[in-house]
Design a protein around this ligand. Structure first.
Ligand code: TMP
Ligand code: ZN
Length: 413
């Protein structure tokens, strides 16, 4: 039986999605023969309560110099980070002498740019060279490497200790979370804080958002599992703030044990988690049944659209969609192409399902009857942008939180 990544207790997976390609492994036809597949299974640790993948892909296979995700591809995410940077700067850096801000998984610098612009000392730590280079070109100090206790020691020796440590959508990617929290505890000044956000397990369970489960997301966090883990590293959660980005995220503010008062939001959210049963294995058995029902409903709709000759195009070649297409069995016969604004993905095939990814301009010049909303986490941004498509009778089909069309109007058949 696989063992917990954090406490080594044996774990029985509660969903086996089957063999999966690399979620962000967009490829050209010549690479199909050698496309790597690995099992995708998710489990719940009865001992430490952490929901996690029970099988991992080597980090170097996922985060490399051709990493296809650029934060700046979403204007709303950039706005979200600008707001977050301003808020954290006001809350934690005011009055500090020459403060130092560190961010891991800093991607193309979309967050740190906001500190760099104010002349604040900062450092981005990013393992994917191509996105790091974009950050450097934007004037954001960035080093290309993975973060752990050793890196933390090097940075504190070279640049000093950090007042603010940021991580958005990265903590859940790191299997050696014990090493990361040990590194953060070392790097922070005594009253320094860690602010991180990731997709929230409460949202995943409530919305049956199983597509958040893919190779890059080793962990699915909630307070129930994070609190004991952080305490083991001399840290504690002092505030939580739910976020609407990425389909439902949680922002955790963490300080050294006893260094800051604990905000009411922490016990309040913990109570919600107890009601949701996030620390209870039966919850995940129910989740699995909901996932299977969601898959069957989506495929019934896609099969019937195909039978009627209705053209369906995917909207957003998200990493999440790799789980959906491969687990559900979506083929190019169901979804002809996927429209995406990221140049690196365009002209490639989607991982596993091999659906061609086309530029957004193709969607605009040849709009389909139905757009399958793979980027459902950006729904508000996309609906605002696609008023013409909708006005012309185009429909968005989504599968989170329920399979259905964005408007309660039936598709024109
Ligand atoms: P994400 O869900 O991991 O943030 O990825 C979003 C993907 O969707 C990314 O490849 C860019 C693409 N996208 C579009 O093609 N059009 C859009 O309007 C938005 C917001 C994203
Ligand atoms: Zn465990």
């Amino acid at each position: 039986m696989p063992a917990c990544l954090l406490c080594e207790h044996p774990i029985q997976p509660f969903i086996d999605f089957g063999p999966m390609p690399i979620a962000n492994g967009f490829l050209v036809p010549e690479q199909i023969e050698d496309e790597p597949f690995a099992p995708l299974r998710v489990g719940f640790c009865d001992a430490c309560k952490m929901v996690q993948l029970t099988e991992l892909v080597e980090p170097e296979q996922m985060f490399h110099d051709n990493y296809a995700f650029f934060t700046s591809s979403s204007a709303w995410m950039c706005k979200h980070f600008a707001g977050m940077a301003a808020e954290q700067q006001g809350r934690w850096l005011a009055g500090r002498q020459n403060p130092f801000v560190v961010e891991i998984g800093s991607n193309d610098g979309s967050m740190l740019l906001n500190f760099a612009e104010h002349g604040i000392k900062h450092l981005g730590i990013e393992p994917s060279g191509n996105v790091a280079q974009v950050a450097q070109e934007r004037g954001v100090d960035t080093t290309v490497r993975f973060f752990g206790l050793d890196t933390a020691r090097e940075i504190s020796a070279e640049k000093g200790h950090a007042d603010l440590f940021l991580a958005t959508n990265v903590m859940c990617h790191i299997p050696d979370l014990n090493g990361v929290f040990a590194g953060i505890e070392h790097l922070l000044v005594p009253d320094g804080v860690l602010v991180f956000e990731d997709p929230y397990l409460g949202d995943i369970v409530q919305k049956t958002a199983y597509d958040q489960i893919y190779d890059e997301h080793a962990f699915y966090f909630c307070i129930t599992s994070l609190e004991p883990l952080l305490k083991r590293h001399g840290l504690e959660i002092i505030r939580v703030e739910p976020q609407s980005v990425h389909g439902g995220s949680m922002r955790y503010t963490v300080g050294k044990l006893g260094a800051h008062p604990v905000h009411d939001s922490v016990p309040q959210q913990l109570e919600i988690e107890t009601e949701l049963g996030l620390g209870d294995s039966a919850t995940y058995e129910r989740f699995r049944k909901n996932v299977e029902a969601s898959r069957d409903e989506l495929m019934a709709e896609l099969d019937s659209l195909r039978a009627e000759g209705i053209r369906v195009v995917g909207y957003g070649a998200t990493s999440k969609s790799t789980t959906v297409t491969n687990y559900c069995g979506i083929t190019p016969d169901h979804v002809a192409v996927i429209s995406d604004t990221t140049p690196l993905k365009q002209g490639k095939l989607s991982p596993g399902a091999h659906i061609p990814v086309v530029p957004y301009e193709t969607f605009q010049s040849n709009p389909p009857a139905v757009a399958l909303l793979f980027a459902w986490n950006h729904e508000a941004e996309i609906l605002a942008k696609e008023q013409t498509f909708i006005a012309n009778g185009g429909r968005f089909l989504r599968y989170v939180p329920k399979v259905g069309y964005t408007k309660a109007v039936e598709v024109q058949r």
